[in-house]
Every structure is written in structure tokens, then in C-alpha cells.
Ligand binder design. Structure first.
Ligand code: NAD
Length: 416
């Protein structure tokens, strides 16, 4: 399988991660890269040994060269998924596409249509589907270990500092430049829950809002930047504490620090916080996405699911309780505690998940497993090695858009 060649579209944090996994595992080779940022472009070209004539500063230049690899990794920002995905699909590339597919249903539909039209494999990076924990849980459910699944309670603990980094100061802070948080973050969870149920819900409702990271919550005397703020030492959202604390730890230096600066000295980080977006007071940013949200789903057979996303947690694995007619599972992202109602006994299934839940940790093994599955699917031509295709991802994204409509209009939305 070392023959799978890859064109990397966007050598940012996610693109680098997938390309690195592919290379280290020996399953793929990056043979072309398109990236406008000179530092990222040159580092990726050097790290992956890309020939200079296959290094581009924009994905359109790569596309103009025709199909130069077996598959493309598209890891540009959300609003820049549709155009390269459709064009690369039309060129015949198989595609590993970062989530969300696109900010709008119309664009995501165009991507799914292009995948179908060109008969290519397109995997959306729903990494949670691929973790060893999920595979074990899915086996237990599909094997009938808790009977028929009747309800699920699921928590996505975003984490206070992660929320401040990505959804208050960072790329995903505004709906108009990014998308609603349910799409940019929790499309993973809605996709995952639907994967567990194995069907699309019939109805959804949702509530949620931006309750804390707003000007009205700003403590008296707070400055616009953490570097100037007298209250910084006692603020939970101190950028100085967060980013200076990353120095010396390679995982944290990659994420979240490399979104902030390439500097790896105290003075370099402070300079980025004095001038860049990540040093801003969390009560003085231009963010508008929610900091907590709930979604309720009802399935055609009457089964129900409640989902909660919140910024106000430690950053950790998702927590899920699955309630069946013959048993109960309590999952913490590592172990699954199963109670069998026929015997009353509890069994603990340890999925031996050592890796943490964050992007810096590879999402609990999901990043590697997804990359491996995608490369194996391309190498063998077998789409069954993937746990979802473009059409299925579009269907789960549509549930997200329906839930957002429900939140915006205070209604229960029925899905076709
Ligand atoms: N699957 C997950 O769990 C997960 C986690 C985090 C982010 N994401 C998603 O991954 C995507 C990338 O996120 P990121 O954190 O790596 O962002 P990033 O900003 O670090 O990377 C995006 C890269 O695309 C490059 N780019 C911009 N215009 C381009 C062009 N015309 N041609 C080629 N490249 C171009 C940018 O310069 C940048 O380096 C986003 O869609 C994000 O929502 C997914």
C-alpha cells in the first residue's frame, strides 16, 4: 500500500496531521502540496520530500496540473471545502475531506453529488467513528447486548480553555465567517450518535446560546488584552497561562500553540498575545457562536436521544449513557460499563484507549484509524473499509442544519 500517493490541499494543523500519519504508517506518500502560507508550504514540502514542481501556493494551481496523485487530503478552512472538493472529484481524485463538509447544505450537496457523479471515494473526517472505543461500542449495540436501543444521553465536554481558543478567539468564533458551532464542532457528535442508532431521526429540537463570553460578563477593570490585564492571574481564560503553559510540551506546542504562533520562546509567545487574536480578552472579542447547546432527537421507532455541548467543563472524552430494553451501557471514552438486565451483572469492557481526546492527541486514535482506513480503501478500491461515504455524511449534516433551524425558530423540525 506504500503506493498510495497523496496531494495535500491545505498544510495547516489538520492537513499536517493526516499527512504525517500516512507517511509514518508507511501507507501513503505526499507527492504534491498546495498551501499559500510560505512557512507551512515549505515545511510540508521538506518534511514529506515533495518534488519542487509539485509544490503550489494555491489549490487551483494544483488542480490545473490535472490528476497528479491517487487521492487528495482537503484540509482547508470550512468555507474553502466545496470548490476544491468538487474540482478534485471531477479530476478523479479520491478525497479525504475535513469536516464539516461545508458551511451550507447547498455546498455540501454539491460535494456529495460530485463524489457520486465521479464514482470516487470521499470520506469526511468524522474521526470519532474510527476510534477503537467506538468500534467496540458499535459491536456491542449491533450484537444486541443491550437489546433495542431506546434512549441515549450524550455530553460533549468542549473544555473551558479549548472553547476560548477555538470558539471565542479563534477561527470558529463567528457564524458569518465560519458556521454555527453545532456544525463546526458538534457535527461529529450528531454524526456519531446517528451512527450508533443506525438511522436518521424523524424530529429534532434544540436550545442554546452565548451566555458567558460576551461584553456584559466582562469583570470591571479587565483590559482588552491579557498581557495588559490586572485581573489576568485570576481569570480562568487567561491567554498567558494557556499559551505560555504549552512551551516545552511537543503535543501542546503543535496544538493549540501553533495556531497562535510559530515562536517557541516566552517572549515570542507574549509578542503574539500582545498583537494577535489569541491575546484578546474573552469578554472583548467579536465572537457570536453559542457556548452551550442541547439537541433532542426522536427516531422513527420512538427512540430518543439528548445531546449536550458545553464550554464549561474540563476538556475530556465524551460521556455517553445508552439505555436499551435488555441492558445499559455507561461509556466514558475509554471504558464501557455494561449492565445486563437478564443477569443483573456488570461487565467492564476496557477499550485500552490510551490517547487523549484532543487534536494534539490525535482524537483518541481516531485520526490514525481514519487515515489508515482511507488509504486502505484507496489502495484496494474497497469503499466498505470506510465507516461512512459522502451521502451518509450529507445525511447527518442535514440533521445538524435541521437542529439549527429548530434552535433559530423555537420549533420542532421534522426530517423527511
Ligand atoms: N476532524 C476534526 O476533528 C477536526 C478538528 C479541527 C479542525 N477540523 C477542520 O479541519 C479544517 C482545517 O482546520 P485547521 O485547524 O487545520 O486549520 P488551519 O487554518 O491550520 O489550516 C488550513 C490551511 O489551509 C490553507 N489554505 C488557505 N487557502 C488555501 C488555498 N487556496 N489552497 C490551499 N490551501 C489553502 C491555509 O493557509 C491553512 O494553512 C477545518 O475545516 C476545520 O474545521 C477538523
Amino acid at each position: 500500500m506504500s503506493g498510495v500517493t497523496l496531494a495535500l490541499v491545505g498544510a495547516g494543523l489538520r492537513g499536517q496531521s493526516y499527512a504525517r500519519h500516512a507517511t509514518v504508517a508507511g501507507l501513503g506518500r505526499v507527492t504534491a502540496v498546495a498551501e499559500p502560507d510560505p512557512y507551512r508550504r515549505e515545511s510540508a514540502a521538506a518534511e514529506f520530500g515533495v518534488s519542487p514542481d509539485r509544490v503550489y501556493s494555491d489549490w487551483t494551481q494544483l488542480a490545473a496540473a490535472g490528476r497528479v496523485a491517487d487521492a487528495a487530503i482537503i484540509a482547508t478552512q470550512d468555507h474553502l471545502h466545496m470548490s476544491p472538493a468538487v474540482r478534485m472529484a471531477d479530476l478523479g481524485y479520491h478525497i479525504l475531506l475535513e469536516k464539516p463538509m461545508a458551511p451550507s447544505e447547498q455546498e455540501a450537496t454539491a460535494i456529495a453529488d460530485a463524489a457520486k457523479r465521479n464514482k470516487i471515494m470521499l470520506a469526511v473526517c468524522h474521526v470519532l467513528r474510527y476510534t477503537p472505543y467506538t468500534r467496540m461500542l458499535k459491536r456491542l449495540l449491533d450484537g444486541g447486548r443491550i437489546g433495542r436501543l431506546v434512549s441515549v444521553q450524550h455530553l460533549e465536554p468542549v473544555g473551558w480553555w479549548h472553547h476560548a481558543h477555538s470558539f471565542v478567539r479563534g477561527h470558529w468564533r463567528r457564524e458569518d465567517t465560519s458556521a454555527p458551532m453545532l456544525l463546526t464542532k458538534s457535527c461529529h457528535d450528531i454524526d456519531w450518535l446517528i451512527h450508533l442508532f443506525g438511522r436518521i431521526p424523524a424530529k429534532v429540537s434544540s436550545f442554546g446560546n452565548l451566555t458567558h463570553f460576551r461584553a456584559s460578563e466582562r469583570p470591571e477593570g479587565a483590559a482588552d488584552r491579557c498581557t495588559d490585564c490586572p485581573l489576568e492571574p485570576s481569570c480562568p481564560y487567561s491567554a498567558k497561562r494557556l499559551y505560555l503553559g504549552c512551551l516545552g510540551d511537543p503535543d501542546s506546542e503543535f496544538w493549540p500553540l501553533s495556531a497562535v504562533t510559530q515562536a517557541r520562546t516566552e517572549e515570542g509567545v507574549l509578542q503574539a498575545l500582545r498583537t494577535g487574536p489569541y491575546g484578546r480578552c474573552v469578554y472583548a472579542c467579536d465572537n457570536d457562536v453559542v457556548d452551550h447547546q442541547v439537541v433532542n432527537m426522536e427516531f422513527p421507532d420512538g427512540a430518543t436521544c439528548s445531546f449536550t455541548m458545553s464550554a464549561f467543563t474540563p476538556m475530556g472524552h465524551r460521556r455517553t449513557r445508552l439505555l436499551g430494553t435488555h441492558g445499559y451501557i455507561d461509556g466514558d471514552g475509554r471504558a464501557l460499563r455494561l449492565t445486563d438486565f437478564r443477569t443483573g451483572l456488570e461487565e467492564v469492557v476496557d477499550t485500552h484507549e490510551g490517547a487523549g481526546p484532543s487534536a494534539g492527541d490525535g482524537h483518541a486514535g481516531g485520526d490514525e484509524a481514519l487515515t489508515d482506513a482511507f488509504l486502505a480503501a484507496v489502495a484496494t478500491g474497497d469503499p466498505a473499509l470506510l465507516y461512512s461515504d459522502a451521502a451518509e455524511s450529507l445525511a447527518t449534516h442535514r440533521v445538524v442544519w435541521a437542529a439549527e433551524r429548530a434552535r433559530a425558530t423555537d420549533a420542532v423540525v421534522h426530517l423527511g
